[in-house]
Design a protein around this ligand. Structure first.
Ligand code: NAD
Length: 278
């Protein structure tokens, strides 16, 4: 694995595109001032990757934040996702256009299928393949796809997804799925890397934070890096946005990486990809 030494460090996707390992998540950041400032603060402090989705209802603000920052659009890795209602071939093409319009851009760096929706996702995937071939998006991928969802998609896919964005933190490691994705060169990416705020209550995290003289957020986000996983912690507070990313001046021992791996108990804070009703 390539050594990443700063916030702009990247993992290489299987099509050669460089994806910054660290990004800003904006789920529940309100459209308008809140998300505009979060995006601007992040970009001004070195972030180069923003993760939004049509369903977050803040794509307009994300686009404004990028334009109002001092960073060029071409230097930002911008991600959005097609929502479940829009899955299917034609509806995905329309949803993509609508996202670009709201974001005020003419391409995305990564477009994801937000959740697996059985056979319909195969049609959705064909639309993503078309958008990719037409160079309207630099890479395409999925989210919330377990191994069987990926295997099913791969029976008809012409392009292997470049990314799988999954709930991932010390209570939900899913190492077998991570190994499967690594073997297929599908970049693994963590959503809810801070367990939606629950990570801060764990004693083992407090101990590691004291040991390395870092914050709990920095410890768990550093664990992501050392496991080769892209991560997108969410915050709309400037101090946290800045502090969360200050993790390139230390390294966790292999034993401590394994210690966090060993906390896995298959616990989800979000929905189960095999059992959700939206
Ligand atoms: P997260 O694990 O990033 O936790 C966010 C929470 O932690 C927020 O309440 C925030 O205020 C708090 N926080 C952040 N930094 C902190 C700090 N330093 N100290 C104390 N509290 C802090 O949760 P998330 O937002 O669910 O996940 C991150 C991103 O992943 C989302 O914003 C979104 O972009 C993406 N996501 C994707 C999916 C999907 O289905 N693909 C699902 C959920 C989230």
């Amino acid at each position: 694995m390539k050594k990443i030494t700063n916030l702009q460090g990247t993992f290489e996707l299987h099509n050669g595109v460089q994806m910054p390992y660290f990004g800003l998540g904006v789920y529940l950041s309100k459209d308008g001032n809140e998300v505009i400032h979060a995006v601007k603060d992040a970009l001004e402090h070195g972030y180069r990757h923003i993760d939004t989705a049509a369903i977050y209802n803040n794509e307009e603000g994300v686009g404004t934040g990028i334009r109002e920052s001092s960073v060029d659009r071409k230097d930002v890795f911008l991600v959005s996702k097609v929502w479940n209602n829009d899955q299917g071939y034609d509806s995905t093409l329309k949803a993509f256009d609508a996202s670009l319009e709201r974001l005020g851009t003419d391409y995305l760096d990564l477009y994801l299928i937000h959740w697996p929706k059985g056979e319909r996702s195969k049609e959705t995937w064909k639309a993503l393949e078309r958008l990719y071939r037409e160079k309207r998006v630099r890479s395409i991928g999925v989210s919330n796809f377990l191994q069987h969802h990926l295997e099913d998609l791969l029976t008809s896919a012409e392009i292997v997804p470049m990314v799988n964005q999954m709930e991932f933190h010390p209570y939900l490691v899913q190492q077998k799925l991570l190994d499967f994705c690594n073997a297929k060169k599908i970049q693994y990416e963590a959503w809810s890397p801070l367990m939606q705020g629950n990570i801060f209550d764990l004693d083992v995290m407090k101990d590691l934070a004291a040991k390395y003289k870092k914050t709990i957020a920095q410890i768990v986000l550093r664990w992501d890096l050392q496991k080769g996983v892209v991560t997108i912690p969410k915050s709309s507070k400037k101090e946290r946005i800045v502090a969360n990313a200050d993790l390139f001046n230390f390294e966790m021992s292999d034993a401590d990486v394994k210690l966090l791996d060993s906390l896995d108990r298959g616990k989800r804070f979000g929905p189960d990809p095999d059992n959700f009703d939206f």
